[in-house]
Design a protein around this ligand. Structure first.
Ligand SMILES: *[C@@H]1O[C@H](CO)[C@@H](O)[C@H](O)[C@H]1NC(C)=O
Ligand SMILES: *[C@@H]1O[C@H](CO)[C@@H](O)[C@H](O)[C@H]1NC(C)=O
Ligand SMILES: *[C@@H]1O[C@H](CO)[C@@H](O)[C@H](O)[C@H]1NC(C)=O
Length: 246
């Protein structure tokens, strides 16, 4: 894909609660490093957001889904909740990974919510990650900005196009490809697949100077797993293993 090779791609690796790079990189003028604070970004800035992993119910208060930054959700004290922080560059297609071998608790609750902001508290719907039967390993997350302020975070599904015809994948709810959790090589599973989570990011909308963020158009043309191909080491650990067993 022509567009993909022209785009610099960043791989961010999930870190546990509270750890995120505190030094801005060159070209990054966004001084906001906390996910629960409001930032106004321009193209090329870093942007900090979080992904909370927990049970579906834990993201709701009184039947309303709140931002994980909201203290009324007791995510921080919840036994199963895990937090990963990321700081991708705005408008660069990025592939984030969460290593579920190192952080098996990530899949314990079964759902994840992406979030950022306080006054403009944006959060995604909870996305199913894993239960004892199925595990979803590939996601696309769209971050939508308006004049540099995050408005919306949503999961883009491919309707199982990427796994149609692959017998070891199951299509869940006609939306996303999952593999059997028994194939996963996590703490209490005997399988051989590294079921680490990969999240492709795309940016849409406008930055604070009204410049259009268009990495979205590129990612919408990419197929699931396509970014993995750009990283030989990730490809080896995340995709060639699929070829082995499928
Ligand atoms: C829960 O929601 C209902 C209906 O929206 C409202 O009347 C009630 O006051 C809420 N309870 C709390 C504890 O916020
Ligand atoms: C995850 O961590 C395990 C153990 O540290 C390592 O063997 C594996 O290669 C890692 N997977 C990825 C995708 O980085
Ligand atoms: C696991 O999740 C799938 C998809 O949401 C659901 O159909 C299935 O009933 C769940 N299984 C268990 C054991 O919770």
């Amino acid at each position: 894909m022509k567009a993909a090779t022209a785009v610099a791609v960043v791989v961010a690796v999930a870190v546990t609660l509270g750890m995120v790079a505190t030094l801005a990189e060159a070209g990054d003028n966004n001084r906001v490093f906390q996910p629960c604070a409001d930032a106004k970004i321009q193209r090329g800035d870093g942007f900090t957001f979080g992904i909370a992993f927990s049970t579906r119910e834990s993201f709701f208060f009184n039947q309303t889904q709140l931002s994980p930054c909201d203290r009324r959700l007791s995510l921080a004290s919840g036994a199963n909740a895990q937090l990963a922080l990321f700081r991708p560059k705005v408008d660069e297609i990025s592939l984030l990974t969460v290593n579920t071998t190192s952080y098996p608790a990530v899949t314990n609750g079964g759902f994840m919510v992406a979030f950022a902001g306080r006054k403009y508290a944006a959060r995604s719907l909870p996305a199913f990650v894993s239960n004892s039967s199925y595990t979803v390993t590939s996601f696309t997350l769209v971050l939508e900005f308006q004049k540099g302020t995050l408005q919306n975070l949503y999961w883009k599904r491919d309707g199982c196009a990427s796994c149609s015809g692959k017998s070891n994948f199951v299509c869940l709810n006609k939306q996303e490809c999952a593999i059997k959790t028994s194939n996963c090589k996590s703490a209490n599973q005997g399988g051989s697949v590294d079921c680490s989570i990969g999240i492709q990011l795309a940016f849409s909308g406008t930055d604070k100077h009204d410049a259009v963020l268009n990495s979205w158009y590129e990612v919408s043309n990419l197929q699931q797993y396509s970014l993995y191909g750009l990283y030989s080491n990730l490809r080896n650990s995340l995709t060639s293993q699929y070829n082995k067993i499928f």
